[in-house]
Design a protein around this ligand. Structure first.
Ligand code: PHE
Ligand code: ZN
Length: 884
């Protein structure tokens, strides 16, 4: 079939913009069906750029041009050209004012980029390239403009009219329309532009900044949701304070506004002074949101707020630098969340997520560096690599410098680049200067894709008391990058004695032994050898403590050593990691050997962990230790993923724990009952996590009294964390044990929550993730449910995404029905919302990991998609790279 392949954009082709836009005055006549946008742009030639052909190129898509005028002269058609994605104005002067008038159609905008309709409101999403759907502009982040905005709309339908910056006046016109004016004093790239109009209610508060300025804070929501904003507001104020204390960063406008919308492609957006959120990351009440939801809100509210400095005041020169703002801001929100509750648990969650999402990406066909070299569609590069690996790369620099020098480095960065659009290189140079260290080799982390593997081996010389650790690093090849260079890797190591205590980690040649504890080694070469001295007996090494670098460590631990580390390692992260390694190893053995019994030693180790549940235990950490690795993570550890074997083995192990440790697990339930007063303290969340982990095991081998408990927990409806945990158990349990309790609970849940979209998403998701054999049929049935729609991304993710990503057993059914189902949905979605369609492809990009039958089935679906005419660039890029 003939197709013109979309162009590839390369970092090496970066050129400064030929024109700059110093000021933009925009006037919107807002309407759902039709909105008119009048733009007045002050343009001038960029002295730093080469002269082009004398024409001005403005980006613009899906715009109906009504008029264009240059310095107040309306241009005749001969003086400009309208292209599908641009307006070209011929022979422009060096400095001039350009006026355009365009019409756009928000109600037809299902892609949710540009100006669109969500419920009864109008809102915008401009990152990365959505502003070109609002008006003709030079839509790239290195063009920074001072925007002023006037919004005119029907006063009754749109009483709230918001834009970036400060409000500078509002008037109601005689015809019943209202005009609101906003002025943003800070120059910004167009991707940070936003407007919102609607009949919204505000939840308001105030914040006094470091220098004593009082800033009103508003969270705008649909009126029925004002009782679900407390947690977001509390998180916002905590984030504002934290950024002052930790980074010396103060808020800079007269007001800070947040809007929650129901239709949103991503989590949230950091538009200057007007953050727009997916409602999922704002709205929460104990009866509607789980502890995980609450934590997500805290993290995302902080993330968007932190962007005000890392992203907005200092922005990206081009989209290859995306991690400049995202990696740094994720690092900042991770540290903020760590400070709000348990640092150790937060680190475990972040690493679990990195391993589940970024490691597979780095090992697959879409692998790319933290700073990519090329892309077809930038929307495909909002990835775990740019975000989460990018955060690890900043974290490593923070650790290399230590807190004081890192703060000096960030101070320098903010001072030097405020108001500019810069690169990751600019960031690293600040760290280098302030930290007085050489990061030349470290820079490879930005340029080289793939997860480094560290093969570790050791030997002990009983005569000399010397222990030698040998570490070989290598990074597997990734698409387009066949040679890999050694990286600078901070590698935190501890050595344990036979009683489990930390030993001094003293390098050969050092005259004095350091205090017992962790030692940070700097790896630079492909092979490194470290000799430690002064040891009476062979130590047990604790490697990559705190996950000091985003790498995979291989060391031939015995089961006994892992059990030992799980019990004794002074590093909480490595205690958890040892437990994970032990479970992974056992589960892979159970996959290989289906009639192998679960070893007693393993059950005993879990039993010992359960005994740690006492008054001063960290229940959240214990819950993490008790959580078995997911089916997908287990698949990632196999040469060829054994979909059915993994599910069977994991169920077998969970059931063995549930049966053999029944009394201990019941003890956990007893000790961790919910106090009458529900709260969100880390301790209370830890108790709920641990109790529900225990319930999950017990329900794998349920006796009638356990089923009764589970049903009672569901019916009590004390809080959503407990309700969902119980519901999940009932839905997944064998009807032989629970009868129709699962169905009944689902019905009750639906009746209770049918009108709350975010809670209803959970109802869809739970059914899509069920391991029951008829799940696909059920999911297909749910597509027809009156509450299902392809035009709401949250709903699509809840049903289709949850099935494809969260249910490997049923999605990868060997008859290929799951694959066909997903491909059908992607093809339906692509014309509506290419970003969401493209993201749903993810599980199919991993086809090489499966057996031949499944490989052929998935490939056939990918090829079928590629045949379709008029595919979006988003889907085209992912499918073609996956097959290539
Ligand atoms: N910049 C947003 C964030 O990380 C994410 C986003 C990207 C939202 C693109 C919408 C569109 O906070
Ligand atoms: Zn971000």
């Amino acid at each position: 079939m003939y197709r013109t392949t979309p162009p590839v954009i390369h970092l090496k082709d970066y050129r400064p913009p030929e024109f700059l836009i110093d000021r933009a005055a925009l006037h919107f006549d807002l309407g759902l069906e039709e909105t008119a946008v009048h733009a007045e742009l002050d343009l001038r030639r960029n002295p730093a750029a080469k002269r082009g052909d004398g024409d001005l190129y403005l980006d613009g898509e899906h715009l109906e041009l009504l008029e264009v005028a240059l310095d107040d002269r309306t241009l005749p058609p001969a003086e400009y050209e309208i292209r599908e994605d641009a307006l070209v104005v011929h022979r422009v002067p060096d400095r001039f004012r350009l006026r355009t008038r365009v019409l756009i159609r928000p109600a037809d905008n299902t892609a949710l980029e540009g100006l669109y309709v969500s419920g009864d409101m109008l809102c915008t999403q401009c990152e990365a390239e959505g502003f070109r759907r609002i008006t003709y502009f030079i839509d790239r982040p290195d063009v920074m403009t001072r925007f002023s905005v006037a919004l005119a709309a029907d006063a009754e339908r749109f009483p709230v009219l918001l834009a970036n910056g400060n409000p500078v006046g509002e008037e109601t016109l005689e015809d019943g329309r209202k005009v609101a004016r906003w002025d943003d004093p800070f120059p910004k790239p167009s991707y940070l532009f936003a407007v919102v109009a609607g009949d919204l209610a505000a939840v308001s508060d105030r914040f006094t900044t470091l220098s004593g300025r009082e800033v009103p804070l508003n969270i705008y929501v649909e009126p029925e949701n004002t009782d679900k904003c407390d947690h977001a507001m509390r998180s916002l104020k905590a984030a504002m304070r934290w950024d002052e204390e930790r980074y010396g960063r103060e808020y800079d406008l007269d007001v800070f506004n947040i809007v929650a919308v129901s239709h949103f492609n991503m989590g949230a957006m950091e538009n200057k002074g007007l953050n727009v959120f997916n409602a999922k990351y704002i709205l929460a009440r104990p009866d509607t949101a789980t502890d995980m939801d609450f934590a997500g809100i805290e993290g995302v509210v902080a993330h968007e707020y932190f962007h005000n400095w890392t992203g907005n005041r200092i922005t990206c020169r081009d989209w290859f630098q995306l991690s400049l703002k995202e990696g740094f801001t994720v690092y900042r929100d991770q540290e903020f969340s760590a400070d709000q509750s348990s640092r150790g648990v937060k680190r475990i969650e972040d690493v679990r997520m990195l391993r589940a999402r970024q490691f597979p990406e780095d090992a697959g066909p879409m692998a790319h560096p933290v700073r990519p070299d090329s892309y077809i569609e930038i929307n495909n590069f909002y990835t775990a690599t740019v975000y989460e690996k990018g955060a690890e790369v900043v974290r490593m620099q923070a650790n290399l410098l230590g807190p004081e020098r890192f703060r000096k480095g960030t101070d320098l960065y903010f001072e030097r680049f405020d108001g500019q659009a810069v690169t990751t290189e600019d960031f690293v140079r600040c760290m280098e200067e302030a930290g007085d260290i050489d990061l030349s080799q470290f820079r490879r982390w930005y340029a080289q894709a793939g997860t480094p593997v560290l093969e570790c081996a050791d030997s002990f010389d009983a005569h000399t008391g010397a222990y030698t650790l040998e570490i070989r690093q290598h990074t597997p090849t990734t698409p387009g990058q066949s040679t890999k260079l050694p990286l600078q890797i901070p590698f935190a190591v501890g050595l344990l004695d036979a009683a489990g205590a930390d030993l001094p980690v003293q390098l050969d040649g050092e005259t004095e032994a350091p205090a017992p504890g962790t030692r940070m080694l700097a790896l630079r070469e492909a092979v490194e050898r470290f000799t430690f001295v002064g040891l009476d007996a062979e130590p047990v090494p604790s490697l990559l403590r705190g996950f000091s670098a985003p790498v995979i460590v291989r060391y031939p631990y015995t089961d006994a050593q892992l059990t030992f580390l799980m019990a004794h390692d002074s590093d909480g992260f490595n205690r958890w990691d040892a437990a994970q390694s032990l479970s992974v190893r056992l589960l892979l053995e159970l996959v290989a050997e289906s009639d192998k019994p679960v070893p007693e030693a393993y059950i005993e180790a879990v039993g010992r962990a359960l005994k740690q549940d006492d008054a001063d235990a960290d229940q959240a950490l214990l819950a993490e230790v008790l959580t078995l690795p997911s089916e997908s993570y287990l698949g990632d550890q196999m040469t060829v993923v054994d979909v059915d074997g993994i599910h069977r083995a994991r169920e077998q192990l969970a059931a063995a724990i549930g049966e053999q440790l029944r009394d201990a697990l019941l003890g956990v339930l007893e000790r961790n009952q919910e106090p009458v007063e529900y709260d969100l303290s880390p301790a209370a969340m830890g108790r709920r996590a641990l109790r529900n982990a225990a319930l999950g095991y017990l329900m794998r081998a349920p006796t009638p009294d356990i089923v009764e408990r589970c049903r009672a927990q569901f019916e009590a409806g004390h809080n959503m964390t407990d309700v969902i945990a119980a519901l999940r158990c009932l839905v997944d349990a064998d009807p032989e044990h629970v009868g129709d309790a699962g169905e009944q609970a689902l019905t009750a849940f639906y009746q209770r929550w049918a009108e709350d979209p975010l809670v209803l998403d959970k109802w869809f998701g739970l059914q899509a993730q069920s391991s029951r054999p008829d799940t696909l049929e059920r999911v297909e049935g749910l597509l027809e449910h009156p509450k299902f729609t392809l035009t709401n991304p949250n709903r699509v993710r809840a049903l289709i995404g949850a099935f494809a990503v969260g249910n490997p057993l049923r999605f990868h059914a060997v008859d290929g029905a799951g694959y066909r189902f997903l491909a059908d949905r992607i093809l339906e979605l692509d014309p509506l919302n290419p970003q969401i369609a493209s993201r749903l492809l993810y599980p199919m990009t991993r086809w090489r990991r499966y057996d031949e039958i499944r490989q052929a089935l998935i490939r056939a679906q990918l090829e079928r998609i590629l045949e379709v005419e008029g595919l979006s660039n988003d889907v085209y890029e992912v499918v073609s790279k996956s097959l290539g």
